[in-house]
Design a protein around this ligand. Sequence first.
Ligand code: AMP
Ligand code: MG
Length: 509
Amino acid sequence: MPPAATPQTAPDTFGFVFDNSYARDLEGFYVEWQGAAAPEPEILRFNDSLARELGLNPDALNTPEGAAILAGAVAPAGAAPLAMAYAGHQFGGFSPQLGDGRALLLGEVIDRNGNRRDIHLKGSGRTPFSRGGDGKAVLGPVLREYLMGEAMYALGIPTTRALAATATGANVMRDGGPQPGAVLARVAASHLRVGTFQFFAARGETDNLRRLLDYAVARHAPELAHAPDAAPDVQMYVPMAYIRHTVNLQAKLVAQWMSVGFVHGVMNTDNMALSGETIDYGPCAFMDAYDPATVFSSIDRQGRYAYENQTGIARWNLARLAETLLDFISPDEEEAIRLASAEIDAFGAVYEAEWLALMRAKLGLTTAEDGDFALAHNLLKSMEGQGADFTNSFRALADILQGDSGALRAQFTNPDDARDWQNDWQSRLARDPIDPEKRAAAMNRVNPIYIPRNHLVEAALDAATKGNMAPFDALLAVLMDPFTKRDGLDAYAAPAPDSFGNYRTFCGT
Ligand code: AMP
Ligand code: MG
């Protein structure tokens, strides 16, 4: 039974100009819904520059009236709040019905750059998709998603972003007892996921799948909507091209994650966004010491989503997407599988090319040689087991060029083990003659010095849940400019002290 209509605000006050294509074009793919009442909504952090980018009015929205909207309790004029249907493979097991169990799509706006963006509220109460859950989110994980998403944005990695973190004023029961409830207002190029396709495929709803494909193409790859005259088979062109497009986006995204030591932690198919943005910052974290087997999530006991498995998992998820489109590729199932598999198999080459390009930049190379892949790979190999901090080892390379010849070795437990690699690298640089200062500057623009260090993230969230936002604000400010070394920020560039121990993260519901 849907709740009564959401109270709506007067038009225009907040600057929302909604154009709700998902609600309009995909009836039957969602349930119209409204957020739960919030007793005392209070905006804790508001993303002013993102609000402006969306064409919103920060002065009107960052107010008590705006807080009621951002908590989901009141819908702004023109919004069409809805809970989206989706399915998903979670840790390899298929759930035919997940859906927005604690979130609502408030609506879509066209931003200042002409891009369509979803405004979505996470933690806004129960929906018909909630199953056993309470539909709520708590403050710590909401602020964590805010911080991690902004950090990724500043690193230049495609991501959803936080518009606001709003306390609801109600407590939510979690394992450890009552915790302050909060809602994250999240902005994304869309909330279509691999799991959205899986939802309709699992139900055998071919017509709806086709509508979804057409919608996804129009929204994320409009250039594919019409087969070129040269296409050998017009019928199969769009689904094949869409798979190829998505394979490209994901291969490039995961290469970027790998290049900064990011572990997403819960790469279920419902958490793979078709926009190519990083989405759902539950148990994610950046590694300190390089170890390809790194896993942070407490529920990922098999290490399915370990750092080194992320490429294989992305490819596996894309195969699940391709499976949903087989009927559109060819009436002959074997032929369809053969064609779709070829698209999925392209993942490896796209990923490798992207990874190599990123690594060349990180190593300061402006030219390409066949041996560069091995050079990059050998650096990582030599770091393994040495306690070498991922971020600081790459950052050290430019320091070497600037006269600190031992900077990389200082990262190694056995500094001599770094010497061979450093010699190989410097011989390679000799064949890539550019001004060392220019090279170092270019390297420092791609090798961050400040990443969200786990111990600092935890300390900031801990203080925030006790009412002190200062450490969160300080950390966020540092992370918004991750490439420029500033005085007085050494503590933000240091790995966790040994006393911090093995880091474990939680899905944060
Ligand atoms: P996530 O782990 O956030 O990607 O969510 C996976 C699925 O569980 C989605 O269908 C969510 O809507 C649902 N879910 C997660 N937490 C809750 C909650 N507290 N209440 C209701 N549904 C939830
Ligand atoms: Mg999710």
